[in-house]
Design a protein around this ligand. Structure first.
Ligand SMILES: [Zn+2]
Length: 414
C-alpha cells in the first residue's frame, strides 16, 4: 500500500528560533526549508500528489499556490529535483492530478487533455491522472430516483470524465509519455462507480483513481469498492483520491486498493478542533497560545480598544514560559494550566479547554515520541501557534500515521 501526500508547498524553516520567534536572516526559503520527507530518516510517505490547479491556478482568475519563480524552477528542474525526491532511503514517486476539487463549481474542467499531459510529461511525473469532474453526492448509499435532476447532472459529469479518460489514454499512447496514466472513476453510488471502472478498463486502464470520495465515511467507501469488485480485472489497481478517515486502510486493500492520498494527518494538527497531536494509539488536543503579534483578528480587537495590548503580551509570554518550565519539570501542572487559561480568557473568553489541556500536559506524549522534531523541540510541538509550530506538529502526525499504517499492514517498523 502506497501513501501519497498532496503537496501544498508545506515546508518548515529549520533556522526558526522558538524562544525569540525569529528566523536566520541568511535563510533562503527554497534552499534551506525542509519538506516532510527531508525531516525524517525514513520518509513518512511513498510519494507526493501534485495538482495542476495548485501549481498553475487556472484561467478564470484562480491563482495557484506557486509563485511564477517556483513554477519556472519546477519546469526547469523537473519534479524530482524540485521536490528533492531522491531520498537516501530510496526515491519517492510523484503522481499528478488536476485538482478537481478546486474547480468543482465550473461547468467543465478548466484544462484540456493536452495541457494536462504536457504538465505531467514536462515535469517528469511517474503517474498522471486523467482530467476529471467531481460528482458530489453526500449519501451514496441512499437510493435516488433515476429521473431526479441531480442524477442527470451527475451522469453528465461521469460521461464527461469518461470521455476525457478516453482522449487522455489515446493521446498518452500517441505521445509515448513516460508517466503511467490513470483513469478516474467518478460516481454517485456503488453501481455507478462499478460502471466507471468497467468503462475505464475497456479503454485500457489497469490503474484507476476513485474520485469524489472525500466526504464519504468508511462504510460508504467500502460499499462502492465492493460493487467495483464485480467488475475489476485481476490486474487492476485502485487509488483512493483524498481519504479523510485513514483508520481502515487495510480493509480497502482487500478490494484492490494499492495506493491512496490524504492530507488529514497533516491538516488535523491545526484545522481540527480536537485531534491535533497523534500518538500510536490516540490523539491529543494541542495547547492554543495565539500570537498577539501577527494575528489579524487579535490586532483588530486591540486597535478597537477591546483588548489591552500590554496585558495581552504579558499573559502570552507568561503562558509560553510556564509551558517550557513545565516541560523542564520546573512548574506544576496547575500553575501551567492557570497561565494558559488566563491568557486564553483574554483572547477567547467563551472557550474553556482546561480539561483537554490537563490530559495533554499530564501525559506529555511528546516525551515518548521518537521523531526528531519532538526529540528536539519537546512541548513546542504540542503548542498550537503560528505555522512553524503547527507544521512541525503536522509532520510529526505524518510520521505517526505512517508508523500506524506499517503496524496495521504488518510491515516492518521504521
Ligand atoms: Zn514526534
Amino acid at each position: 500500500m502506497k501513501y501519497f501526500f498532496p503537496d501544498s508547498q508545506d515546508q518548515i524553516d529549520p533556522s526558526f528560533d522558538f524562544l525569540t520567534e525569529e528566523r536566520d536572516p541568511m535563510r533562503v526559503r527554497q534552499r534551506d526549508d525542509l519538506y516532510a520527507h527531508e525531516v525524517f530518516d525514513s520518509p513518512p510517505f511513498h510519494g507526493l500528489l501534485v495538482a495542476k490547479s495548485i501549481v498553475d491556478g487556472y484561467s478564470s482568475g484562480v491563482a495557484g499556490k506557486y509563485t511564477g519563480a517556483q513554477r519556472n524552477r519546477l519546469r526547469r528542474e523537473g519534479a524530482r529535483r524540485f521536490f528533492r525526491l531522491d531520498h537516501v532511503h530510496g526515491p519517492l514517486s510523484i503522481m499528478g492530478d488536476c485538482g478537481a476539487f478546486t474547480y468543482h463549481q465550473l461547468d467543465e474542467p478548466p484544462f484540456t487533455v493536452e495541457e494536462v499531459i504536457e504538465f505531467y510529461d514536462r515535469n517528469d511525473f511517474d503517474y498522471g491522472i486523467s482530467v476529471d469532474h467531481i460528482v458530489f453526492n453526500l449519501k451514496p448509499l441512499t437510493p435516488v430516483d433515476p429521473g431526479h435532476e441531480s442524477v442527470q447532472k451527475w451522469a453528465d459529469r461521469q460521461d464527461l470524465t469518461l470521455d476525457y479518460a478516453n482522449q487522455f489514454w489515446k493521446r498518452c499512447k500517441d505521445r509515448k509519455v513516460r508517466f503511467e496514466p490513470l483513469g478516474v472513476a467518478q460516481g454517485w453510488s456503488p453501481e455507478s462507480y462499478a460502471k466507471s471502472v468497467r468503462e475505464l478498463q475497456r479503454i485500457g486502464y489497469s490503474r484507476i483513481a476513485m474520485g469524489g470520495m472525500v466526504p464519504y465515511k468508511t462504510p460508504e467507501i467500502l460499499a462502492c469498492l465492493a460493487a467495483v469488485d464485480g467488475e475489476r480485472h485481476a490486474g487492476t489497481q485502485l487509488h483512493l483520491l483524498g481519504i479523510s478517515r485513514c483508520d481502515n486502510i487495510p480493509a480497502f486493500a482487500e478490494h484492490g486498493v494499492t495506493s491512496f492520498d490524504s492530507t488529514s494527518p497533516f491538516l488535523q494538527s491545526f484545522k481540527d478542533d480536537r485531534d491535533n497531536y497523534y500518538t500510536p494509539n490516540s490523539t491529543y488536543v494541542a495547547i492554543r497560545v495565539k500570537q498577539v503579534e501577527g494575528n489579524p483578528a487579535l490586532r483588530k480587537r486591540i486597535s478597537a480598544g477591546e483588548i489591552d495590548q500590554r496585558r495581552a503580551m504579558t499573559l502570552e509570554r507568561a503562558a509560553l514560559r510556564r509551558l517550557r518550565e513545565y516541560d523542564a519539570g520546573l512548574a506544576t501542572i496547575d500553575e501551567t494550566l492557570t497561565a494558559v487559561h488566563e491568557y486564553s480568557q483574554l483572547v477567547d473568553p467563551k472557550v474553556d479547554r482546561r480539561a483537554d489541556y490537563r490530559r495533554t500536559l499530564q501525559d506529555m506524549p511528546w516525551k515518548d515520541c521518537k521523531c526528531p522534531l519532538c526529540r528536539k523541540e519537546g512541548i513546542t510541538i504540542a503548542i498550537f501557534r503560528g505555522s512553524e509550530r503547527n507544521k512541525r506538529r503536522g509532520f510529526h502526525n505524518l510520521y505517526v500515521f505512517r508508523n500506524r499504517l506499517r503496524t496495521q499492514l504488518g510491515e516492518d517498523p521504521m
